[in-house]
Write a protein that binds this ligand. Structure first.
Ligand code: ATP
Ligand code: MG
Length: 389
């Protein structure tokens, strides 16, 4: 991808209408771009706020043609957009990230091969795509986590297995689709790094983020990362830059890492788009991950983001609407009480139906220092009935 800078006033497109697309659209609009979203759902979070919503499937030729007609450049908010759709679009329009990079991030086996090619350590693992390979799995990978090679997210498409019988049963349960078995690692911490890289090869980073997952879903992100050493943060940042450069990546890339009990850093997975763990940057950084996505897509300059506030982000899942559990009465979370706390920034995605596990919104607490941000975030968590962290 090269060529001219696409200036405000042009129309930018996004494949996928979820909350990441919505926040991309909002960033693009504030810079003066028009926006178009392709998503089959008539009430998608991004479609609701974009200038144009094309209600079509990702591979619908007419829909793709309409998107190209409207837009000068197109990005994606969902890593499972079929790579074929991006190839079609890329033949006629600027598309970033490109189909090749998205294809790597869509496939856990290809992703791990990319980590190894770049000298970035990852979990010991084996590909299981035949009964023979299942039988040949080394004992050292057990206990482990079996993950589908494709289409996993928020801990879906995964099973923890302790022995060979459980492994075989889990592979059956997952429909014997291609999977990787990863050794279950002793995690001390989880980190993520967002890198934004332009077509010229220039790249900038957001500060390292520390993430807490509950039930396989991101629950809390803290920036600065309270428990990561400077050396771990440096290694994570360098690995993210090396991966973006090796893939000749254009756009915003998130790399998730584990810090193991012995302090070693290993890469977990990549997302070819902004990431839930980077949402704090809307309120805590002078350039957000979504503005970086706009800048990389259009060829606008990349400036190094400056974190101006300590930040803690809490994910707001649909469970909050059902404090007494499924089957009980639906309740609106205490928005007014939350907004009475200093430095609370509430982001709701416009989803009509709250369901357990569904990402309905997030809130970011910003403050002058990390202790204050954490203290207010703990008050917010208590108001919401969420556990402390
Ligand atoms: P998402 O796309 O939402 O980030 P995902 O469904 O792709 O998640 P992973 O990131 O692979 O899933 O795993 C989800 C969580 O499970 C991790 O953040 C980590 O807490 C835990 N986990 C995954 N792999 C391992 C491992 N090999 N050892 C220990 N814990 C793991
Ligand atoms: Mg993950």
């Amino acid at each position: 991808m090269s060529g001219k800078t696409i200036l405000p006033g042009a129309t930018l497109g996004v494949m996928g209408g979820g909350q990441l697309g919505r926040m991309f659209v909002q960033a693009a609009q504030s810079l003066g771009y028009f926006t178009a979203v392709l998503d089959a759902d008539a009430t998608s979070p991004a479609g609701l706020v974009a200038h144009y919503h094309i209600a079509a499937d990702y591979l619908d030729e007419q829909g793709l043609a309409q998107l190209m007609q409207r837009c000068e450049a197109i990005t994606t908010e969902f890593e499972n957009v079929p790579a074929g759709a991006l190839v079609t679009l890329g033949a006629h329009r600027r598309v970033a990230p490109g189909a090749d990079a998205v294809a790597i991030c869509q496939n856990r086996a290809a992703e791990k091969a990319e980590f190894q090619r770049c000298g970035v350590p990852c979990a010991p693992h084996a590909l299981i795509n035949t009964p023979e390979r299942l039988a040949a799995v080394p004992d050292t990978l057990l206990p482990g986590i079996l993950k589908t090679v494709r289409l996993g997210y928020d801990g879906k498409g995964q099973a923890r297995v302790t022995d060979r019988a459980a492994l075989a049963a889990a592979w059956d349960q997952l429909g014997q689709v291609p999977c990787v078995l990863e050794q279950l690692l002793p995690l001390a911490l989880e980190l993520s790094v967002l890198v934004a890289r332009g077509a010229s090869g220039a790249a900038v980073l957001l500060p390292v983020q520390q993430n807490l997952h509950r039930d396989g879903i991101l629950a809390v992100t803290q920036v600065p990362a309270p428990d990561a050493t400077p050396a771990q943060q440096q290694a994570a940042s360098e690995a993210a830059l090396a991966l973006a450069s090796a893939m000749d990546y254009v756009g915003v890339l998130c790399v998730e890492f584990f810090v193991l009990a012995d302090g070693r850093l290993v890469a977990n997975e990549m997302a070819p788009r902004p990431h839930n763990s980077g949402h704090w940057s809307i309120d805590g950084s002078d350039v957000s991950q979504f503005e970086l996505q706009v800048r990389t897509l259009t060829g606008l300059p990349l400036t190094t983001p400056r974190q101006h506030s300590a930040a803690v982000m809490l994910n707001l899942l649909g469970d909050l609407w059902w404090p007494q559990g499924a089957g009980s009465a639906e309740q609106t979370p205490p928005w007014a009480e939350l907004l009475a706390l200093p430095g609370v920034h509430l982001h709701l995605y416009g989803k009509a139906n709250a369901r357990p596990g569904r990402k309905m919104g997030h809130l970011t607490v910003t403050a002058a220092d990390p202790a204050q941000a954490r203290s207010v975030a703990l008050q917010a968590a208590a108001l919401l009935g969420l556990p402390a962290f």
